[in-house]
Design a protein around this ligand. Structure first.
Ligand SMILES: [Zn+2]
Length: 492
């Protein structure tokens, strides 16, 4: 009986033991096993949709952008991730853009033609019309050291060594109401009639334009074009010239949205790890689609794949120590606008955000690497804000032996990549960041940045490294320390 009982006990014990081993295995599915659920085939499936024809290049504020956002939302829903913005997967924001539909210029009753006699930009066009009975000629070499009293005056400057842009800035600084720059050679580019997207409507009243030598001569009382020698002898001062300039400038409101979803933690419920990409690209220009497969379809696909891998791990019992937030921003190509909006209106506190891992272009190889040496990714920003970043990446990389190329951390590098993607708007708020990047290439910002050119095996490896880095950051006991304040970037 005893023995029998003992045997039974042993049986029960063995059954219990094997059950608990199974249970422990499920609980501790490790990062490397989970990373293997990210596959080249899975990445290709997502990217073929995100950078497909239907999305029309995903320009901010367009139907293509909205379709891409809907796709991302549908995927996060399928993964059963929590909407990031009070029950919604979208964080909407509004942008303003100036558009000039027509413009005319008359000098002393003579009409001139846009893009033949004069060139304008939407940002410096009058709201409706602008008239002036006189102009003030400042010569060719005007700058902000000028002692001329130009306050309240409309300036004319002929072409010299000083650049038109710096003359325009000097005129603004010294209180002029506008400046007309005379070009010795007419611009070959048409006027820029669509202004930059901005968070507020344009309230600029300073007017500026470029005019041909013919118009320039008319403004200064000439009846024909001046010769080069004559230009040099024209005295500085006031000239009578009846100017009538009109522009049909309207400010359009554009609706855009960041997409945001997260995996909640049951432990450190007030701490966050961000994984980001930008899902917008350049859209359609002159009827040609800019697909943006690498930029940044690849990063957006990477974020989706990482979210999927975490969701699969969660089904096997994984739970992160802190919340993992997946955010795809828009407006990046227009000046990092979506991430700027998030940075200025954070949903989750920046001081409780341990890090932002930003992925922008991980599907290609730049000309620095080729052939056997293409096993690399640029990691940027690890040497700033937190000394915890680099050891984590190095540890994770032991599973991958990838070349983690840190050359762009050099503050003297002229590319300034650290300032050129969305992680910057986290870093500017003190959040440690890593920017994953493959470098630029011949198809960068060209219609040829297409899915067919993506190296999915390499992209798989890069995405897995980022996933394991995220896993480490989401499961470690403490938030990353912010111990390198002196390395904090001051300005873009
Ligand atoms: Zn880009």
């Amino acid at each position: 009986m005893h023995i029998l009982k003992l045997i039974n006990m042993r049986k029960i014990f063995i059954v219990l033991l094997s059950l608990s081993i199974g249970f422990v295995n499920a609980q501790t599915m490790d990062a490397n096993t989970a990373a293997k659920t990210i596959t080249a085939a899975g990445l290709k499936k997502h990217l073929s949709i995100i950078a497909g024809e239907e999305m029309q290049g995903r320009e901010t504020g367009t139907e293509g952008e909205r379709k891409a956002a809907s796709y991302l939302v549908s995927q996060y829903k399928q993964m059963d991730l929590t909407p990031g913005n009070a029950g919604s997967y979208r964080m909407p924001f509004s942008l303003f853009q100036d558009k000039v539909t027509a413009s005319s210029l008359k000098v002393n009753g003579t009409s001139y033609t846009l893009d033949k006699d004069f060139w304008i930009s939407a940002a410096a066009a009058p709201q409706k019309s602008f008239t002036s009975p006189e102009v003030f000629y400042v010569g060719a070499e005007f700058n902000d050291k000028s002692t001329l009293d130009v306050r309240g005056k409309l300036l004319i400057s002929s072409e010299g060594k000083e650049r038109a842009m710096s003359k325009t800035m000097a005129a603004q600084k010294l209180g002029a109401i506008g400046i007309i720059n005379i070009a010795k050679t007419n611009p070959t580019m048409p006027s820029n009639l669509s202004g930059r997207l901005a968070f507020a409507a344009n309230t600029n009243t300073f007017v500026s334009m470029t005019v041909s030598k013919t118009v320039g001569a008319a403004l200064l009382g000439g009846t024909k074009e001046f010769s080069d020698q004559e230009w040099e002898t024209i005295p500085v001062g006031k000239y009578n010239a009846a100017i009538e300039w009109s522009a049909d400038r309207t400010s359009v409101t554009i609706a855009s949205a960041n997409v945001i979803a997260y995996m909640p933690s049951r432990e450190k419920t007030d701490e966050y790890l961000f994984i980001t990409s930008h899902y917008d690209h350049e859209g359609v220009k002159n009827g040609v689609i800019y697909y943006g497969a690498d930029d940044d379809g690849s990063g957006t696909t990477g974020v989706l794949a990482i979210a999927e891998a975490f969701a699969k791990a969660r089904k096997k019992g994984f739970s992160p120590k802190r919340n993992i937030v997946f955010m795809n921003v828009s407006g990046e190509e227009k000046g990092l606008l979506g991430s700027k909006y998030y940075g200025d209106h954070p949903i989750f506190p920046m001081e409780k955000t341990t890090a932002d891992l930003n992925i922008d272009m991980i599907g290609r190889i730049d000309p620095t690497y080729k052939g056997d040496s293409m096993n690399y990714v640029y990691v940027i920003g690890e040497d700033k804000l937190s000394s915890d970043l680099q050891p984590i990446t190095d540890k994770v990389n032991k599973n991958y032996n990838m070349e983690l190329d840190r050359r762009y951390n050099d503050p003297k590098d002229p590319n300034r990549f650290y300032y050129r993607s969305d992680h910057y708007n986290f870093a500017a708020k003190g959040v440690p960041v890593i920017f994953y990047f493959n470098g630029t290439h011949a198809d960068y910002h060209k219609p040829t940045d297409r899915v067919e050119k993506i190296n999915f095996d390499l992209m798989e490896k890069r995405t897995r490294i980022i996933f394991e880095t995220a896993w480490e950051m989401a499961t470690r006991e403490d938030m990353l320390k912010r111990d390198m304040p002196l390395n904090m970037p001051a300005t873009r």
